[in-house]
Design a binder for this molecule. Structure first.
Ligand code: ZN
Length: 249
């Protein structure tokens, strides 16, 4: 098996958020993927209060390897929405937390066009200078391919271009190495895991639900979804108990 296996003794949740904004009108598709700014702020305050530190994938990596121990959670954002910069960053900064935002390198400054066919509202993605603001504020950027493709529908060459340029283009934008990947739609096959390894990605996250337990593939990390409907007691269950671990397929 390529890559490394995790060897953490304490289960580590990697939270996944999409949009930090008020949800569109009732009946709009995928309203669950919007977390209100106040809810996000409350969740971060609760994490801090209970003794957790929120970390980017780079900062979380030594904990996943078992080289560091502590009360930590990974914080990730999929797609690179501008509302992450506007509404999540203040709460992250307030508590000294870092996070990883998986951006789509070919769509910076555009919108979530891949969602159009599903009728999902179009929202601004961070442009290059906003991505740099995100980095300068102590946050991290990871790759989410170049065009938000379903890798299982792409051939080998397309997959390579998407996963490789998604990395190098963001590295050019940020002036930093881009070492972390997130499979769009959570869809991938075994050869994409091997490709992530070959391209030098250190971690890759999926939509598999669980906290990260001991001996998990670093290139197929499960996460814990936080949704619009996630109340604070539910957030506690997801972070601090085996609630999500049992949801593993
Ligand atoms: Zn996505």
């Amino acid at each position: 098996m390529p890559g490394h296996l995790t060897s953490n003794t304490r289960p580590i949740p990697i939270l996944v958020y999409h949009q930090i904004a008020m949800a569109p009108a009732k009946g709009s598709p995928f309203r669950s993927l919007y977390v209100a700014p106040e809810s996000f702020a409350r969740q971060m305050t609760w994490l801090k209060w209970i003794g957790y530190t929120g970390l980017s994938m780079s900062a979380l990596h030594p904990y996943l390897l078992g080289k560091k121990e502590g009360k930590v959670v990974g914080i990730t954002f999929d797609d690179g929405y501008l509302n992450n910069l506007l509404y999540a960053l203040p709460a992250l900064s307030k508590h000294g937390f870092s996070s990883t935002c998986y951006a789509v390198s070919g769509l910076l400054g555009k919108t979530n066009v891949w969602d159009k066919a599903l009728g999902i509202a179009q929202t601004s993605l961070m442009n290059e200078s906003q991505i740099r603001q995100w980095i300068q504020a102590g946050q991290e950027v990871g790759s989410h391919t170049r065009q938000h493709v379903d890798l299982t529908a792409a051939n080998t060459d397309e997959s390579r271009v998407e996963m490789e340029l998604g990395k190098t283009e963001l590295a050019l934008t940020t002036g930093q190495a881009v070492d972390h990947f997130c499979y769009p739609y959570g869809r991938y096959e075994r050869h994409h895991v091997d490709l992530a390894h070959e391209l030098g990605y250190i971690t890759a996250t999926t939509t598999q639900r669980s906290r990260c337990l001991d001996r998990t593939d670093m290139l197929q990390l499960p996460r814990v979804p936080v949704l619009r409907s996630t109340s604070l007691p539910m957030f506690w269950l997801k972070v601090s108990t085996a609630y999500e671990d049992r949801r593993k397929k």
